[in-house]
Write a protein that binds this ligand. Structure first.
Ligand code: EPU
Length: 339
């Protein structure tokens, strides 16, 4: 028995919004055995289980009447290697960005565009994290999860995961699968993705003509740091809203009054609109109500200036949603998980 269950614990250090709610029970899982113990504890004490990683995609609006289990398992290993590349496995509790740097240091390409995303390896598949033209699904090999209903281990390959834009089977069935470790298919010969937004331009400005994956990673870290607040200094959960998919007719209607609307046509004829653009146009950029606000440099990011409660942040998000719907006829969907 190694699981150390504590009672009545503040979750402020465990969510990047820095919201101060309390958990009825709290424990950290360093191994598969700890996870099994937590599942047994939850059943034995009839207390629900809430699993968290880095707490970077989470908005807590009340005290958590559950056993909060923070995944803290560590370990990175190559499980298969040939001349082209390797399959690298990481435990769920590995912090994401140091893991990306570790693979780059081993000469493996594939994760560079996903640099500096907060959170953990185990949380990354939940919402199919993505940035600068690459999503987790593009480099995903497989994962091991535990079925919380039966306690059995199950392997998932790409086709099983139903990955979509910030979406997956695991996100849609949150209380069913607990991700233990994830494997990525990485390559020794880099195919770089430089065509999203300012990445190529940034490298050119630095005089880098033949970028390595490490150059790309550094450029993306610089771009992200300029626009996205560091949760260590300003509470936030990254993009708070998803970029909405709308019909071409809706875009045409918006263009009548806002010819500069930013959108990306999709293969199915729909258009993915830049939610940050809509929110900025509606005048919310830099807005602040008490300690809850909209980031001054990136309207998709809600921030906690200090003492904002989850309820206050949620109320602000709902005001923005209602306003964007009224102005543009577009329903914005929240990205973080709400409790
Ligand atoms: N824009 C504005 N005003 C703003 C923010 C954005 O006009 O305040 C416009 C930009 O000018 C640009 C467009 O919106 O033309 C897109 O902006 P950006 O490239 O910064 O990306 P994003 O759509 O705001 C998405 C992801 C980010 C990811 C970046 C880069 C979502 C919800 N967000 O943001 O992911 O880092 O692209 O790939 O898809 C996250 O999910 O937490 C996250 C940070």
């Amino acid at each position: 028995m190694t699981l150390n269950v504590q009672h009545d614990v503040s979750l402020k250090p465990y969510n990047t919004f820095g919201v101060n709610v309390r958990a009825r029970r709290f424990a950290e899982a360093f191994s598969d055995d700890d996870v099994c113990e937590a599942l047994a504890y939850s059943t034995r004490h009839d207390v629900p289980l809430m699993v968290i990683g880095g707490g970077s995609n989470l908005l807590l609006t009340r005290d958590v009447d559950a056993l909060v289990l923070r995944m803290a398992s560590r370990g990175i290993r190559i499980v298969h290697e040939d001349c082209d590349g390797a399959i690298v496995e990481a435990e769920a509790g590995e912090p994401w960005h140091p893991f990306v740097l570790d693979t780059l240091a081993q000469g493996l390409a594939g994760l560079e565009n996903l640099s500096l995303i907060p959170g953990t390896v185990g949380a990354a598949p939940m919402q199919n994290i993505g940035a600068y033209g690459v999503e987790l699904k593009d480099v995903f090999h497989s994962l091991t999860a535990i079925d919380r209903h039966s306690g059995e281990l199950r392997e998932f390959v790409l086709a099983d995961c139903e990955f979509g834009y910030r979406d997956s089977l695991f996100k849609r069935q949150p209380n069913r699968w607990l991700i233990l470790r994830v494997r990525f298919k990485l390559s020794y010969s880099a195919t770089l993705h430089l065509d999203y937004g300012p990445v190529r331009q940034r490298l050119e400005e630095q005089g880098i003509k033949e970028p390595s994956p490490m150059h790309v990673s550094r450029a993306i870290c610089a771009i992200r740091s300029e626009k996205l607040p560091d949760p260590a200094t300003l509470g936030n959960a990254g993009s708070f809203f998803k970029n909405p998919l709308v019909s071409a007719e809706r875009v045409a209607a918006i263009k009548l009054t806002h010819p500069g609307v930013v959108g990306y046509p999709q293969a199915d004829g729909q258009v993915k609109l830049a939610a940050g653009w809509l929110i900025e146009q509606a005048g919310w950029k830099g807005f602040r109500d008490g300690d809850a606000g909209v980031h001054a440099l990136q309207s998709l990011v809600l921030v906690n200036y200090g003492q904002a409660s989850g309820e206050q942040l949620l109320a602000l998000a709902q005001r923005i949603q209602a306003d964007i719907f009224e102005r543009f006829g577009v329903a914005l969907e929240m990205e973080p998980n709400l409790y």
